[in-house]
Ligand binder design. Structure first.
Ligand code: 2NL
Length: 337
């Protein structure tokens, strides 16, 4: 027993003063003390030489010694993890995300109109027939109402994937708070064959201003400001008469081609002009449909696609790239604005 006590004390001293330079030394320590042929196992074997009346005390001592050794090993393991870290190594690279080019273009457009006092409104992509068609004065037999052109989610009552973001403007008008000055960005759906030039879903921004005495001149000045901010002060603008069921009069707006400065090239099909949006004075029927008195209030509205200006700005030639989620494509916009 005396001998055993002495042995444990010596071992403890040795263990206490041990320190490991690296994880290999820690492993050596484990093998020497805690391995299957280690000193802890060996000294445990001494129990059989201890007289019976002392077995209880010896067992306690040996157990305590084993725990002491295990604790030291635990401590060494943790230290070695820390000392094995090479602080001079370069860190793991954190991939930098990128905004989607459609988002970039959308944000540019939004920020220009926000400076003119337009608020941003968003609405549902699954819409009922009233908010997508009827309220907008879309006649019963308009092709857009056809199953061929629009994705119906349900019939009778009809629910569909919105074909424009006008539904959101209708919902703003229904709130009955005037004047209204909003822009409505979002995704819209049309049953078209997917190709490099067109897709069955795309993005739009529509704008709407309703107050007393709003005129077509206000519409033109707003859009002039937009074009100057978006494309620069030298870009020319022209309006062409057009037709939409929800505006009267209606117009289409072109800008001089930003690639050839109006000279004529393949992008503007040799015309020197690019069509960028449709617009007009809100049809009195649309105002009445939303509970607004057309004799007191007038307003203008416009709608533009986001994909086409984005293709132009970033020199992209296939609209499908926007929705394929190819990281090689998306990564290129890491530092784009
Ligand atoms: C286009 C033409 C347009 C509107 C959208 C609108 C909305 C309401 C009332 C009246 Cl609630 N009009 N929106 C007006 C004219 C044209 O879009 O070519 N979009 C891509």
């Amino acid at each position: 027993m005396e001998q055993l006590l002495q042995q444990i004390a010596d071992y403890k001293k040795e263990i206490e003063s041990f320190s490991a330079a690296d994880s290999a030394a820690v492993e050596e320590f484990r093998i020497k003390w805690l391995g299957t042929k280690g000193l802890v196992k060996t000294i445990m074997g001494e129990m059989k030489n201890v007289p019976n009346e002392q077995k209880k005390d010896a067992g306690q001592l040996l157990n305590e010694f084993k725990q002491f050794t295990e604790a030291k090993f635990e401590e060494l393991s943790q230290q070695s993890v820390a000392s094995d870290i090479d602080l001079s190594l370069p860190g793991d690279e954190l991939p930098v995300g990128a905004r989607h080019p459609i988002t970039l273009m959308k944000n540019r457009i939004i920020s220009i109109f926000q400076r003119l006092g337009f608020a941003v409104a968003e609405g549902p992509e699954i819409e009922d027939d009233f908010h997508n068609f009827t309220a907008l004065n879309l006649p019963e037999h308009h092709p857009a109402r056809d199953m061929q052109d629009t994705f119906y989610v349900q019939q009778n009552p009809d629910w569909l994937l919105r074909t424009h973001t006008s539904n959101t403007q209708i919902r703003e008008m229904e709130k009955g708070k005037l004047p209204i000055r909003v822009i409505c960005p979002g995704r819209v759906y049309r049953n078209e064959t997917v190709s490099a030039r067109s897709h069955c879903f795309f993005h739009q921004i529509e704008g709407l201003y309703i107050d007393e005495n709003v005129s077509f001149a206000d519409l033109k000045q707003t859009l002039y400001f937009f074009v100057k901010e978006m494309y620069g002060k030298d870009v020319k603008v022209r309006f062409r008469p057009s037709y939409f069921p929800f505006t009267e009069p209606s117009a289409e707006m072109d800008i001089s081609c930003t690639l050839c400065n109006g000279e004529g090239c393949s992008v503007c099909k040799k015309t020197g002009w690019l069509e960028i949006l449709g617009c007009g004075m809100i049809h009195p029927n649309v105002l009445s449909n939303c509970g607004i008195d057309p004799n007191k209030y007038t307003g203008y509205a416009w709608g533009m696609g986001i994909e086409r200006p984005a293709l132009l700005k970033y020199g992209i030639n296939d609209i499908r790239l926007f929705s394929e989620n190819d990281v090689r494509f998306l990564k290129q916009f890491t530092s784009a604005v």
